[in-house]
Design a protein around this ligand. Structure first.
Ligand code: ADE
Ligand code: ZN
Length: 338
């Protein structure tokens, strides 16, 4: 393991941008497909992996939704979530905030309860067996209409104790945050913490709308915010965290190469940046791989990496006392290393 990888591995960290359906490794997808007697549109693990060449977000989403189609029983959602959590623990992830896309499953006749129960069961096991805490965030699919999102929110109301927040994902272009103003208003009123994907493929204006119309407390990605100094000023004024995903941006051609990734510029501007894996089974790396790849490409130093890990706890939905405890642990580990 390189020096950099060893250093990153030692840092306790939180992961705040992770789609559980995007943690479905091809081997597990085939195993679950077989036991559910579902045919994947690929003949083998190798053929599926070979399909992981994406020119944009939509090309990825087509494969991602096809693979999510194997998930039917609570056990499937458990196995998927557990496999991610065990893997994350080896990266020294101490806290994970996990997105799930219920509409992908309910549209196929899978009950909302089946999805949430399976995921929650694994989250409880991770807390008890791995010492890894978590929060669950329900994402509305923005390519669908707001009426469908409202139905999904209605189903989530009986799971207020299980679901901490709501988010917005799927195809961004042509699906502005304002399309979901009402469902986010109702979700906020019900106590769900609002976050949203914005500025991944969409313009800086979508980041502004997510802040001002959806009143989000975090922006997922946010790359294109840098195109508008007014939006950057607003992110700084609000101290809104950005959950940045370097390898995802590379795989989805949001950036041409990691050397031109905006993360260093974001840090230099004083933005509240975190590093995350997004859909690690599809993008060639889990969270530590993202830290290592972006640090190598942009020449980040150890102090930058510690700052990113500190931000990950500070930007989480954990209570302040838990944040402070985890940041003390990070400081204890990192100060002798620097
Ligand atoms: N769903 C899963 N990954 C996503 C991403 N990177 N952007 C939008 N929606 C997603
Ligand atoms: Zn994402």
């Amino acid at each position: 393991m390189s020096d950099l990888a060893t250093f990153v591995r030692k840092l306790p960290k939180a992961e705040l941008h992770l789609h559980i359906e995007g943690a479905l490794e091809p081997e597990l997808a085939f195993a679950i497909a077989e036991r559910n007697d579902i045919a994947l549109p690929y003949s083998s693990v190798d053929e599926l992996r070979a399909a992981y060449r994406f020119a944009n977000l939509q090309e990825f989403l087509d494969v991602y939704y096809a693979c999510a189609g194997v998930l039917v029983e609570s056990q499937d959602f458990y196995d998927l979530t557990w496999s991610y959590l065990e893997r994350a623990r080896t990266d020294n992830v101490r806290h994970a905030e996990i997105f799930f896309d219920p509409q992908t499953h309910t549209a196929r006749g899978v009950e909302f309860a089946t999805v949430v129960d399976g995921i929650s069961w694994a989250l409880d096991d991770a807390r008890d067996k791995l010492g890894l805490t978590s929060r669950l965030i329900l994402c509305f699919l923005r390519h669908l209409d707001e009426a469908c999102a409202l139905e999904t929110l209605a189903a989530a109301m009986s799971y207020r104790d299980r679901i901490a927040g709501v988010g917005l994902d799927s195809g961004e272009r042509g699906n502005p945050p304002r399309k979901f103003a009402e469902v986010f208003r109702r979700a906020r009123d019900a106590g769900f913490v609002p976050v949203a994907h914005a500025g991944e493929e969409g313009p800086a204006e979508y980041v502004r709308e997510a802040l001002e119309v959806l009143e989000v407390v975090r922006i997922d990605h946010g790359n294109n915010a840098l195109d508008d100094p007014g939006v950057v000023a607003e992110l700084l004024r609000r101290r809104t965290p950005l959950t940045v995903c370097p390898l995802s941006n590379l795989k989805l051609c949001v950036v041409d190469d990691l050397a031109s990734h905006p993360l260093k510029r974001m840090l230099d501007l004083g933005l509240f940046v975190t590093v995350n894996s997004d859909d690690p089974a599809y993008f060639g790396g889990y969270v530590n791989d993202n830290y290592v790849a972006i640090a190598s490409a942009l020449g980040l130093g150890k102090a930058d990496l510690v700052r990113l890990a500190r931000n990950s706890f500070a930007a989480s939905l954990l209570p302040e006392t838990d944040k402070a405890r985890l940041i003390r642990e990070l400081d204890a580990v990192s100060s002798p290393l620097r």
